[in-house]
Ligand binder design. Structure first.
Ligand code: TYM
Length: 345
């Protein structure tokens, strides 16, 4: 059997999206719509692995959806929905909780970072989070997953889970008519955005993240032009002028990050940027960077703001997406349940 190419990806509705989400993943999502069947999810089940205020969560789900649409996801061509509304995610995650091994999850670096020192007090959901992520993808038997670099380890785990499921239930899978014994495809990470690892504006060795306590560390897709300019101006740098070649950025993480962001925003290579700005002081470069960021983000921000005035339309789009997502996942789940040995009633 040949498995059809299908794209799945998602973002967490915990606060607004930032430049890392946009350059690392969203630009690829938009592009893949041209060539693939795409399913884009607002992963609200993932969000509650750490406590969320319910009203804030509802607002964030709308806000992330608005940002998806404003950035260029087409809800007619692609499926745009929120995870909690399609039961296949939670159901398949449970089955994967029973397929994945404790040792596999113990190796996940993101859990260690997020749980911090107080591991005993982290939710069980935070620990099992990568199993839910595997379920998100495989409930649709998706083959391609566009993400930023930080999701690489989770996707390797999703592949391991798919492989183990295929092995553990080989007989049943063949009896169900999959002659090659492959029920789940091994999903391919697509880590090819223009900046797959955008770093914090305050510390070039840490990734830009929603959970960083300093708002100055990131550019949000909700920031206005003035805020963007201020954040860029306050971004950490070193005292040297910019080098004229990429090799000169070695050991200068903040400079490397800012040049990388500028290149990604303008669709240029790092070398092209440095041939223009080599020898320049950061003050001049930061001015150009702020202008590039505003030019790129302001139309998205204002369109998302406009959409937020009309929550009913956002919710209609999500409901339509959920129904279409459910229509794909339901027969796959029915087959999974047969393969595992449950009785249909
Ligand atoms: P999340 O919500 O943390 O991030 C959403 C997407 O943005 C990318 N990203 C970045 N890329 C470059 N530089 C950065 N600083 C940066 N920060 C975030 C992430 O790699 C991601 O692609 N577990 C996922 C959500 C998820 C998912 C899935 C993704 C749930 N189920 C199934 C793919 C498939 C997450 O927390 O992403």
């Amino acid at each position: 059997m040949t498995i059809k190419e299908r794209v799945f990806s998602g973002m967490q509705p915990t606060g607004s999206l930032h430049l890392g989400n946009y350059l690392g993943a969203m630009l690829q999502w938009i592009k893949l719509q041209e060539t693939h069947e795409c399913i884009y999810c607002v992963v609200d089940l993932h969000a509650i692995t750490v406590w969320q205020d319910p009203e804030e969560l509802r607002r964030s789900i709308r806000q992330v959806t608005a940002a998806y649409l404003a950035a260029g996801l087409d809800p007619q061509r692609s499926i745009v929905f929120n995870q909690s509304q399609v039961s296949a995610h939670a159901e398949l995650a449970w089955i994967f909780n029973c397929v994945a091994r404790l040792g596999w999850l113990n190796r996940m670096t993101q859990f260690k970072e997020k749980a911090g020192k107080d591991r005993e007090n982290a939710s069980v959901g935070l620990f099992a989070y990568p199993n839910l992520m595997a379920a998100d993808i495989l409930a649709y038997r998706a083959t391609h997953v566009p993400v930023g670099d930080d999701q690489k380890q989770h996707l390797e785990l999703a592949r391991d889970i798919a492989q183990k499921f295929n092995n553990d239930f080989k007989g049943g899978i063949e009896r169900a008519g999959h002659a090659d014994g492959v029920f789940f495809p091994l999903p391919e990470p697509v880590i090819t955005g223009p900046a797959t690892r955008v770093m914090s504006l305050r510390d070039g060795t840490k990734k830009m993240s929603k959970s960083d306590p300093s708002d100055l560390s990131r550019i949000n897709l909700t920031d206005n032009a003035e805020t963007i300019a201020r954040k860029v101006q306050k971004a950490k740098t070193d005292p040297e002028p910019l080098p004229s070649e990429a090799a000169g950025l070695k050991g200068r993480p903040e400079a490397e990050n800012l040049v990388g962001i500028y290149a990604a925003l303008n669709g240029q290579s790092v070398d092209a940027v440095l041939s223009e700005y080599g020898g320049a002081q950061f003050s001049a470069f930061k001015k150009a960077l702020a202008e590039a960021a505003v030019a790129r983000l302001a139309p998205i921000t204002s369109e998302a703001e406009r959409m937020m005035q009309d929550p009913a339309t956002i919710e209609r789009i999500l409901a339509d997406g959920s129904a279409r997502a459910h229509a794909i996942a339901a027969p796959i789940m029915a087959e999974v349940k047969d393969i595992v040995g449950f009785i249909r009633s």
